[in-house]
Write a protein that binds this ligand. Structure first.
Ligand SMILES: O=C[C@H](O)COP(=O)(O)O
Length: 240
């Protein structure tokens, strides 16, 4: 289902964004400031790449409705299933309320579907009921592989298929529509990330094409550009 901006306030638009902070040299001060930004822009979650930051993020987001989003197996996804499951459990134990896990892309390339299914099952069970996302890194996949990855996520009961880590290229519009169509009529939603190129404001085009959530380090700037996007007709209308 594509987003209808005509029924949204600018504050509602914030809830279409996960604000990500993924730098390797991320400091506690940056994490705390990022959380404050995410709250200010009414984002859905503050996402960070490893469970390590969970207590700091939990403290900063206390009393808000923002989700605490830990990355799992970030960004390569080549850890064993047991290691990723432990990382998920640990993050949840410390307070994470949503997890962004990375699929083992090589397994998909080699059609090792049983290994993927087992890993997805371990992950959902380790998450223990918090929201689950699976990053499929669709810039590395064929259309057929994207379709199979979506089907396996649905089968495992994963809450979101996520297009990208943001460490490589984002999805094309065609891949976004393909994922949207694969997930149609299922409980699994679509999160698109890697929207930086060619312009971060492309996020709105992805939302209109069927993404239900955008993950980006540029969330504040993209939300701030909403007025301009409306003026030039990229976003039809929104309520104030
Ligand atoms: O988890 C991935 C991030 O949401 C990607 O953010 P980025 O594309 O702005 O680097």
């Amino acid at each position: 289902m594509s987003v209808d901006f005509t029924k949204m306030t600018k504050k509602d638009v914030g809830k279409l964004f996960d604000y990500a902070s993924l730098a390797k040299d991320l400091t506690e001060e940056q994490v705390r400031n990022g959380c404050k930004e995410a709250i200010k822009y009414n984002c859905k979650a503050f996402c960070y790449s490893s469970s390590y930051w969970t207590p700091v993020v939990k403290e900063e987001l206390e009393g808000t409705d923002l989700l605490i989003g830990a990355g799992i197996g970030f960004p390569l996804g080549q850890q064993t299933s047991a290691v990723k499951a432990f990382e998920a459990e640990e993050a949840v134990k410390m307070g994470a309320t949503v997890l962004d896990n990375c699929m083992n892309v090589g397994n998909m390339k080699e059609k090792k579907y049983d290994a993927i299914k087992a890993e997805f099952k371990d992950y959902v069970s380790a998450a223990g009921g918090v929201l689950t996302k699976m990053i499929i890194e669709c810039c590395m996949l064929t259309d057929e592989e994207i379709k199979i990855a979506c089907e396996l996520c649905v089968e495992a009961g994963i809450d979101y298929v996520k297009s990208s880590t943001g460490h490589y290229a984002g999805p094309t519009m065609e891949q976004t529509v393909l994922m949207r169509d694969c997930l149609k009529g299922t409980k699994t939603k679509l999160k698109v990330s890697g929207v930086k190129a060619p312009k971060p404001q492309n996020a709105y085009a992805y939302l209109m094409a069927g993404a239900e959530l955008i993950g980006t380090q540029d969330a504040p700037m993209i939300i701030d550009s909403l007025d301009l996007m409306r003026e030039v007709g990229i976003v039809p209308k929104y309520q104030g």
